[in-house]
Design a protein around this ligand. Structure first.
Ligand code: FMN
Length: 135
């Protein structure tokens, strides 16, 4: 049984695609907050949250889930990824702000620009998977 879970919220499908790909590569379970908002995370040690961003704000489903599940998240390793449009300094500033607001210091962002591998994923997603599998 895997010890990683990916909990994600996607409006246009990009975050879902990334979450599914990361789950496949890490042999993690994934949960779509559109389909399920009550998730038992007791068997997982590392929870990876994924969200898109509108107007500088992560999706409400993620914010709500974090607020409503503080108890079951206590003591677990938590990581955030944001699929977004902004890259470079703008992207860095944005992820810093979102990471602060959500209280998740281990945060990554995927601007979705640039070259893609043959599964349509950017190098930053593959680098993220490598980093996650180390922990
Ligand atoms: C209305 C709207 C607002 C957006 N605002 C931002 C933003 O503030 N910052 C950003 O980096 N990307 C922004 N984006 C881009 C999306 O966050 C990006 O396409 C993301 O991958 C969408 O994820 P999803 O397909 O899982 O919903 C915006 C997109 C839309 C449609």
């Amino acid at each position: 049984m895997t010890n990683k879970a990916i909990v994600y919220s996607s409006t246009l499908g990009k975050t879902r695609k990334i979450a599914k790909y990361v789950a496949k590569e890490l042999k993690a379970d994934s949960f779509d907050l559109k389909k399920q908002t009550v998730i038992n995370l007791s068997e997982y040690t590392h929870i990876i949250f994924g969200t898109g961003i509108h107007g500088g704000k992560p999706y409400g489903a993620i914010v709500r889930f974090l607020n409503e599940n503080k108890d079951q998240l206590t003591g677990k390793k938590i990581t955030l990824f944001v699929s977004c449009k902004f890259d470079g300094e703008k992207g860095e500033a944005q992820i810093k702000k979102v990471s602060g607001e959500l209280g998740i210091s281990n945060a990554f962002f995927f601007p979705g620009k640039g070259e893609k591998n043959n599964e349509g994923m950017s190098a930053s997603v593959d680098a993220f998977i490598k980093e996650m599998s180390r922990k």
